[in-house]
Design a binder for this molecule. Structure first.
Ligand code: TPP
Ligand code: MG
Length: 328
């Protein structure tokens, strides 16, 4: 059932994947627009072009699984079921946000849906994920795993390797997911590593390591579903590398000086949403069906944005600053 061709028969899955990829794309575009209007402050890392990685991966997990996301995590947490309203309120620093307006873009979390957040320290989610996975193992929760996302640049962090070693040695139910978008900030992968085959990062630790086309949402789903099955059956961690590209800049302040327009245009032509529309049409969805999903996701994001803009900021009283700032 992890064969992409067989997955095509599951119409509810196809519709759900498309709806969430569209939600992610529209969320990112709304965030960009809020920045341009001067309503959103600080910085953020958009995942335009990478929607299939977060959505395909998370859809292949089970609700009880926990995810630890990255600084480019909007797609990962939206797919996990964090509400667009709560996320947008968090982006705008509002009390109604996922982290009560104190965390912002890089810390979005909702323990209720097992989206544990993480933060801006790249690679730092991996050792934390070892702790999460260890807790499942010690409690005897056999059908529950932790999945941790990190980027190609982050794959050079010592913390990632220490975590891989620990996960393999302790046989933790932990899935490492590397979103390889070819760049760490402005540095291309081939200038950052001697061997660009990132699956080899798992070999020294004896970790099952596979790779997939990260712009093909069904291929991502199939790769992660197979890895999850391996983790729960063999009681060992696994590693999946998802090859993709961010057509948006590294962050809000990216001047795009380090890559050509031709390169960006090439990857725009591999847009995972447009590609998946083709798959849907080949599998019985009409143009009107796809448009309805498009309109529904636009409405969700427009409503979430209007709601978040109208929400109040946290009270800046000393009592508030001393109070516990997060509870689920
Ligand atoms: C420990 C640490 N070192 C450096 C940085 C600065 N930094 C932020 S994002 C980033 C690049 C990360 O690249 P990658 O892991 O490929 O993720 P991507 O941004 O491409 O999604 C760096 C170096 C950081 N946040 N944390
Ligand atoms: Mg990268």
């Amino acid at each position: 059932m992890n064969d992409p061709a067989q997955l095509c028969g599951n119409k509810a899955l196809l519709a759900g994947l498309m709806e969430h990829m569209m939600l992610v794309r529209k969320f990112e575009n709304a965030v960009l627009s809020l920045f341009e209007q001067g309503k959103l402050h600080g910085t953020t890392h958009l995942c335009v072009g990478e929607e299939a990685t977060g959505v395909g991966s998370v859809f292949a997990l089970k609700p009880q699984d926990c995810i630890l996301s990255t600084h480019r995590g909007h797609g990962q947490v939206l797919a996990k079921g964090v509400s667009a309203r709560d996320m947008m309120a968090e982006m705008l620093g509002k009390e109604a946000g996922t982290n009560r307006g104190r965390g912002g873009s890089m810390h979005i979390a909702n323990v209720g849906v097992n989206a544990l957040g993480v933060g801006g320290v790249i690679g730092a989610g991996c050792p934390i994920a070892c702790g999460v996975a260890l807790s499942f193992k010690l409690r005897g929760e056999k059908d529950r795993i932790a999945a941790v996302f990190f980027g190609d640049g982050s794959s050079n962090e010592g913390a990632v390797h220490e975590a891989m070693n620990l996960a393999a040695t302790w046989r933790l139910p932990l899935l490492f997911i590397c979103t390889n978008n070819g760049y760490g900030m402005s540095t291309p992968l081939e200038r950052a590593v001697n061997d660009t085959d990132l699956t080899k990062r798992g070999y020294p630790y004896g970790i099952r390591s596979t790779e997939t086309d990260g712009n093909d949402v069904l291929a991502v789903y199939a790769a992660v579903a197979a890895a999850r099955a391996y983790i729960t059956e063999e009681e060992r961690p696994a590693f999946v590398v998802e090859h993709t590209y961010r057509t948006s800049g590294h962050s809000k302040s990216d001047g795009n000086q380090y890559r050509t327009e031709e390169e960006i245009a090439y990857w725009q032509s591999k847009n995972p949403i447009a590609r998946f529309s083709e798959v849907m049409r080949e599998n019985g969805f009409s143009e009107a069906d796809i448009e309805a999903i498009d309109e529904r996701s636009s409405a969700v994001i427009a409503e979430a944005t209007a709601y978040a803009e109208a929400c109040p900021y946290p009270a800046a009283s000393p009592q508030e600053l001393e109070a516990e700032t997060y509870s689920d």
